[in-house]
Each structure stands twice: as C-alpha cells, then as structure tokens.
Design a protein around this ligand. Structure first.
Ligand code: CTP
Ligand SMILES: C[C@](O)(CO)[C@H](O)COP(=O)(O)O
Length: 230
C-alpha cells in the first residue's frame, strides 16, 4: 500500500540576494510568478499529495488560484528556512510513516519525473534527496580571495530539492536541531546529525535555485525550453 505524501514548500523567504521589489518567489518568469511554476510542477508530479505552503505572515502577494491541490493549507513561515519547514511539520496531521517531500519554492524548473523518483526513494529508512555530482575543480579561498589550495571534488555533490523522509524521522531530526541550536540549511543535514545517511538521488542539472538576479534569465530560458519539449 502506498503511503500518504505531504509536500512542504518553504516560501517565506525575502529574497535578499535577489534584491527585487518583492520576494523573489513572486517575480515573473516566462509570464508567471516563480511560485506558480513551482506549484504547477509539483502538482504535475504528485496530484494527490497534500500541500503545506509556508508563507510569511505579512505576505500580500500570494494568490490561492496558483494552487491546484485539493488538500492544502497555508502555514506561517519562521525566521529561517528550517523554522518554516518545522512549523509546517508541526501543523500537519501526518502519521510517522507518511512521506514528506520538502521543495524550495525558488526551484521552479524541477522536473516532475525527478519529483516522482525522489518520492519513491524517500520511502526508506534514512530518506533521500535530489543531488548532482560536482563537475568543477574546487578551490579553497584565502581570506583575501586568492587560491589557498585545490580541494578534491571526489565524492562531493550539490544538494538540491526535493528532499524526502518519513514524517517521524524528519520531525525528530528538525526538533532536535532546533532544540540544540543547530542551524541547518537543508533537511538532510538535520537527518545526518542523527547519524543517518540519506540517499543521494542524481537529479537534473537544470533544477537550479533562483537566488541571484542573473539566475532569472537562465531559469526563464530553462522553463521555456522544458515547456516546449512537453
Ligand atoms: N525564513 C525562511 C527563509 C527561506 N525560506 C524559503 O527557503 C527556500 C530557500 O531559501 P533561499 O533561496 O535562501 O531564499 P530566500 O531566503 O528568499 O533568499 P535570501 O537568502 O537571498 O534572502 C526558499 O524557497 C525560501 O522562500 C522560508 O520558507 N523561510
Ligand atoms: C535546501 C537547499 O536548496 C539545498 O541546496 C539550500 O540549502 C537552500 O538555500 P539556502 O541559501 O541555504 O537557504
């Protein structure tokens, strides 16, 4: 029997590195706000999932019409990404064995096939995350911005989202991180801190996180190309 799947979408960030006139998830990309694309991709992948959408308390930009899920709820975001995700986990009536996938609203180019692959991999003892192997030579910098040395890239991966776990494991991991003052930038880090080893599932390179202004043109081109090939 397949387990219920919960989608947690942290979307309460301010987009400070983007520096736009609104939080970056509301900036237009290929004719629609970034958030609308992200929610559409997730719905294409898992139409029966239950959605928890983390939004800032003062958010005046969100449009419920972008949500096609039948079962969804709005959750108040926290100070950091991990606080937003933990708030969502506390708010949903999930069972310990349910699957939770967490996906950044700022990754609108995620492929539905990758989301489904990750959902399958998440139904495991230690969970899983989309990731891609590092493809460049890695430099350690001096404080002054010169090369201190070259680091081995062997075994290094970029962490992407979605990241997926059974609810009980992820809740325990994030509660422990929060209580211990451990600032984690992704869910896998909190699970690793429990001594677990989430599986790295190779994802597409075009699942970029829109972070800086020049990511917008790239993400727009990716979305247009992906939509043309559907
Ligand atoms: N308090 C926060 C901070 C971030 N996020 C979300 O976490 C994801 C990854 O964060 P990031 O790319 O860093 O987004 P921002 O925090 O918006 O960007 P910045 O750090 O540049 O302000 C985004 O979907 C963002 O909306 C969140 O839900 N709650
Ligand atoms: C979760 C994440 O997307 C994995 O790469 C990333 O860590 C989130 O970005 P942030 O800049 O750390 O908030």
């Amino acid at each position: 029997m397949s387990r219920p799947i919960w989608l947690v979408v942290p979307a309460a960030g301010q987009g400070r590195r983007m520096g736009g006139d609104r939080p970056k998830q509301y900036l237009p990309l290929a004719g629609r706000p970034i958030m609308a694309h992200t929610l559409e991709r997730l719905h294409q992948a898992l139409p029966n999932a239950r959605l928890a959408l983390c939004l800032d308390d003062g958010d005046a930009w969100f449009e419920p019409a972008w949500v096609a899920f039948t079962c969804w709820q709005r959750v108040t975001g926290g100070a950091e990404r991990m606080d937003s995700v933990l708030g969502a986990l506390r708010a949903v009536p999930a069972d310990d064995d349910d699957i939770v996938l967490v996906h950044d609203v700022a990754r609108p180019c995620v492929s539905p096939d990758d989301v489904r692959a990750l959902a399958r991999a998440a139904d495991s003892d230690d969970g899983a995350l989309l990731a891609m192997p590092v493809a460049d030579t890695m430099k350690r910098a001096t404080p002054g911005g010169a090369c201190a040395r070259t680091e081995s890239r062997a075994g290094l991966w970029h962490a992407l989202t979605p990241q997926g776990f059974r609810y009980g494991l992820l809740r325990r991991a994030l509660e422990r991180a929060a209580a211990g003052g451990l600032a984690v930038t992704d869910e896998a880090s909190a699970v690793e801190a429990l001594g677990r080893h989430p599986r790295l599932v190779g994802g597409r390179r075009d699942n970029l996180k829109v972070t800086h202004p020049d990511d917008l043109a790239l993400a727009g081109a990716i979305l247009t190309a992906q939509n043309a090939s559907l």
